[in-house]
Design a protein around this ligand. Structure first.
Ligand SMILES: Nc1nc2c(ncn2[C@@H]2O[C@H](COP(=O)(O)OP(=O)(O)O)[C@@H](O)[C@H]2O)c(=O)[nH]1
Ligand SMILES: [Mg+2]
Length: 229
């Protein structure tokens, strides 16, 4: 199967928001490259772009992922990225109540600012730290139901629900189980994938069309994952 970008039949733009250090960059790197580092990722400046091509039975989807900086300094840039997005994923850290409060603020902002057709999703990340959980599950559930959100607990560290989350946001439910299995098989055969931080993302506090993915080991910043159904 041709996994090159030439066969892309759909593009899916999604944007990540959330407080600093909740694991946004780690989730993206786990989804795109299957990597995780315990070291803090280099702080995102403005926004970082990654993409991943997923080949399906009848189409090839290119996920274009905009990973925004969590710090307040860059929040004014957010509209530039959620405009025209297909989905927005707001991330919080399940061990950090403040990050959940911040996530709720993000969801409310997005609900008033973006088109109704945008899918809004919430990820409670760091689910591997289950003994440290501090955000009340009941509160999360109520918020999710009230706001009709796609919600999953994820772990960028273990990989739990990461692919599931991205594919669910993309409304590709047919694929979820296949992708999940492929990921599990990969983890079983290679052991857990822990790598040191690599500078694979492109950071920019500038408009989207000026990005050029310098520093990526792929020529266009794409990673391709073909799923044979
Ligand atoms: N235990 C655990 N640590 C995580 C997870 N995701 C990210 N981290 C750690 O949290 C810190 C911040 O991650 P980063 O991706 O830079 O967060 P960002 O600022 O939201 O992009 C880093 O030290 C990561 O190793 C996770 O799922 N589990
Ligand atoms: Mg980051």
């Amino acid at each position: 199967m041709d996994g090159g970008s030439g066969c892309v039949t759909k593009k899916y733009k999604l944007v990540l928001f959330g407080d600093a250090a909740v694991g946004k960059t780690s989730l993206v790197l786990q989804f795109v490259k299957g990597n995780f580092s315990n070291e803090p990722q280099e702080a995102t400046i403005g926004v970082a772009f990654q993409s991943k091509i997923v080949c399906l039975q009848d189409s090839t989807v290119k996920f274009e992922i905009w990973d925004t900086a969590g710090s307040a300094r860059y929040q004014g840039l957010a509209p530039m990225y959620y405009r025209g997005a297909d989905a927005a994923l707001v991330v919080f850290d399940i061990t950090n109540e403040d990050s959940f409060t911040k996530a709720k603020t993000w969801i409310c902002t997005l609900q008033t600012q973006v088109k109704k057709s945008i899918i809004l999703a919430l990820a409670g990340n760091k689910s591997d730290l289950k003994y440290h959980k501090s955000v009340d599950r009941q509160k999360i559930q109520e918020f999710v139901e009230e706001n009709d959100l796609v919600f999953m607990e994820t772990s960028a560290k273990s990989g739990n629900n990461v692919t599931n989350m991205f594919l669910s946001i993309g409304k590709f439910p047919k694929l979820v189980e296949k992708e999940k299995k492929a990921l599990e098989d990969q983890a079983t055969s290679s052991g857990h994938n822990t790598t040191s931080t690599t500078n694979t993302s492109t950071s920019a506090a500038v408009a989207a069309d000026s990005l050029d993915n310098e520093g990526d080991d792929m020529s266009d910043g794409c990673c391709c994952c073909c799923v044979v159904l």
